[in-house]
Design a protein around this ligand. Sequence first.
Ligand SMILES: [Zn+2]
Length: 81
Amino acid sequence: MLYPNLEPERPVAYWRPVAGVRHGLEPDGPPFPGQERATLCGSRVQLGRVGDVDWLAPTCEDCWAEAVARRDARARRSTQD
Ligand SMILES: [Zn+2]
C-alpha cells in the first residue's frame, strides 16, 4: 500500500434493524430504504424506514460474531504493515 494513512477506514458492517432484529449488512455501501441487502449472517433482507424505536431491537448474534471476526482480522493485517 503506497499511502496507508490515506486509505479511508471502511466500516466492517452497516447495522440496520429489520423485522425486529438488528443485522449487520455487508459494507457494499451506505444502506437506503427499499434496498435488498446481504447480511453478515448470510440472509438477504429488504430495508425499510427506520424509526427511533426500531434501534432498540436486539442485535443478531451471528452478525455480531462475524463483524467482530472481520474487525479482528483487519486489526491483525494493519499491525503487520
Ligand atoms: Zn444477522
